[in-house]
Design a binder for this molecule. Structure first.
Ligand code: UDP
Ligand code: MG
Length: 334
């Protein structure tokens, strides 16, 4: 059944984006003005910025009621900031995008049309990526191939966190409370009626990327460890293979000694075997350790994020309906 969209929420995480915020707001509100039939809210999540972003956001919220700002109490990272925004969105259609204008707000009308056709999730696929390094493109491709090899279903190559979905999808997605979020994997596995829409990903409007190499590696690891236990199963396969080989070798050694009366020359092979197997054992332990680390962090059941202040929006702590623990000071502080 085609749905009517009366309200659209645009969610964008903001971390030290003072150089792009005014332009992002200008382009976003132009798009919103071009769709007068829909009511808009711009849910901008300040992910612990240390530049003038917070002040700029407060300024926008003061002059435009559509601008809703969540100031997270610290830097929780892109995926959590995005989730905090989605938790707070109150709309028929929720669009998540970066604030650096790599994802064009001008695509929102086309996205809205697709949802009205009856899709539940629109995954925006980067058909071209301007201004990204060869290294980033290559590693992104290798990572996608690896994830597909591990059997994560529904993952689409070159789909990042520019996507749109209905309120129904939001209600389901906000129940995924893992600390180490890999949102593109979560939305890919949700099912529903999904549509992949190619788009041209622009250069960042201003400023520089907030993703260091180490953040990128941590993110890739989160993706693998929260979606697949294949590395653990792989250890099992290695262990069995080696066990069979060593059994064959044991038989050969015994035969050599007792039947053919040959003395096996030993030193080099012993050292090689020793180094190889201690390495392997340590490596296996490390993989197991990575999973245990995730279990440990999840087991602590800490909130995913907590909020310092909200503007034009009533903050709920850690989404999914937990009321924000208000104290008289935070209530009165302006
Ligand atoms: N971002 C965030 N918290 C972080 C890092 C980034 O909220 O710890 C935001 C950032 O402000 C931007 C979006 O996430 O709106 C994407 O970040 P960026 O453009 O630096 O990543 P890239 O496009 O280079 O992958
Ligand atoms: Mg960017």
């Amino acid at each position: 059944m085609p749905m009517t969209i009366n309200k659209i929420a645009v969610v964008a995480p903001v971390f030290n984006e003072e150089a792009v915020l005014p332009e992002f707001y200008r382009r976003l509100s132009a798009v919103a003005d071009s769709l007068p039939e829909a009511e808009f809210e711009f849910l901008l999540v300040n992910d612990g910025s240390t530049d003038r972003s917070a002040a700029l956001l407060d300024g926008l919220a003061a002059q435009d009621r559509r601008v809703k700002v969540l100031h997270l109490a610290a830097n929780f990272g892109h995926q959590i900031a995005l989730s905090a925004g989605v938790d707070h969105a109150d709309a028929d259609l929720i669009v998540t995008m970066d604030a650096d204008l790599q994802d064009s707000p001008e695509l929102i009308p086309a996205i809205k049309l697709k949802i009205e056709e009856g899709y539940d999730i629109i995954q925006m696929q980067r058909a071209s990526r301007d201004g990204e390094s060869r290294f980033k493109l290559l590693t992104a491709r290798a990572f996608y191939k690896f994830m597909t090899y591990l059997g994560i279903k529904g993952l689409v190559e070159n789909v990042g966190d520019f996507r749109a979905f209905t309120r129904q999808v939001q209600q389901v997605a906000c129940r995924f409370r893992e600390r180490h979020k890999f949102l593109r994997g979560i939305y890919a596995t949700l099912g529903f009626r999904q549509h992949v829409m190619p788009y041209r990903r622009d250069r960042r409007y201003a400023g520089s990327t907030k993703f260091s190499l180490s953040k990128m590696i941590a993110f890739a690891l989160d993706g693998i460890l929260t979606f697949s236990s294949a590395p653990l199963k792989f250890l099992h396969v290695i262990a069995i293979t080696l066990w069979i080989i060593s059994l064959a070798y044991l038989i050969k050694a015994l035969l050599d000694h007792y039947v053919f009366d040959v003395t096996v020359p030993g030193w080099t092979s012993l050292v090689v075997l020793l180094v190889f197997f201690t390495g392997l054992v340590l490596y296996s332990l490390a993989i197991v350790g990575l999973y245990i680390g995730k279990i440990f962090e999840q087991g602590q059941r800490r909130p995913l994020y907590w909020i310092r202040e909200g503007r034009n929006v009533e903050p709920v702590d850690d989404g999914c309906g937990q009321p924000w623990a208000k104290t008289p000071e935070t209530q009165n502080r302006k």
